[in-house]
Design a protein around this ligand. Sequence first.
Ligand code: F6P
Length: 358
Amino acid sequence: MKKIGILTSGGDCQGLNAAIRGVAKGLYEEIDDVEIYGIQNGYAGLIHGDYKKMNQSDFSGILTIGGTILGTSRQPFKMMRVIEDENSIDKVAAMKDNYKKMGLDCLVILGGNGTHKTANLLSEEGLNVVTMPKTIDNDVWGTEMTFGFQSAVDIATEVIDCIHTTATSHGRIFIVEVMGHKVGWLNLYAGIAGGADIILLPEIPYDINEIAKVIEKREQAGKRFSILAVAEGAISKEEAKMKKKELKALRASMPYPSISYKIAKELEEVTGHEIRVTVPGHFQRGGSPCAYDRFLCTRFGAAAARLIKNEQYGFMVALQNEKIVPVPLGEVAGKLKKVPVDSDIIEAAKEIGISFGD
Ligand code: F6P
């Protein structure tokens, strides 16, 4: 008999249920006697011993459903070992304790960057861990693609498409703010797919005057509208020179709900045009996974089950060169996969006249 725990951690995304289903089906199929335990609400459930035994039927009919049937929570890595007062607990010790109490043979963890730091820590502490990379940000190191990303790209692209029709009708300048605080993959893909004229990424600091010049050039060429796809984490050239703490304080004191409104205000001043801002926000993480994500999650799930069957622990399943491969957790944890500024995607975008505001 093998006992396997599954948890989903961090911000949700499309495909979590498809991946849960994939690994569960693989386990039931590949291992003769297996029990699966659903740990509730991410690492919080493992810390507090909140879990339930799942039935095979719990994994049916969930392929197309958004969110996660297990619930999730954000569990910052830096909080893990902090013992501040008598009410605080050693979270790592609590997780190890509950893993043992449950009699688990392996813990399957679905998550992004923060989640992988903790997964690696648990693996180093001796727990058998297998992970799957999820996030709409596509910033997990070691895999070319995370699940959730393509679904979010589809949604953000549709937002830009819709904004295009109203922008062209009115001859207006629009900003669409796309999720991604630290990396710009989602905005890069959606911006290109949606035909944005200017794409601002956290990886390429912008200059407001350069953006104004692009808009002016478009006007001179008879284009009455412009669309800017702005990543949540877009940063100006001046801000890029600041220390992290300084920038954080500046952003916290900003009298705008998000960076796009600041850029809109500055652009209004420089260009003299009214700028409209659209922020789809968490809409980008909601709803059904697209076909590609269902496909990827199913492959990831089957690969995770195979690793467990073969008792190969301490790995994340990853997509590399069209193949699903195991990557050691130690190689994944603590790294961020940013958009390389010399990426051929950026080069191609520039070649067709898209500006990055630099
Ligand atoms: O990590 C996924 C993500 O959606 C980011 O793109 C975004 O910056 C962040 O999560 C939002 O976090 P929260 O859901 O906690 O508001």
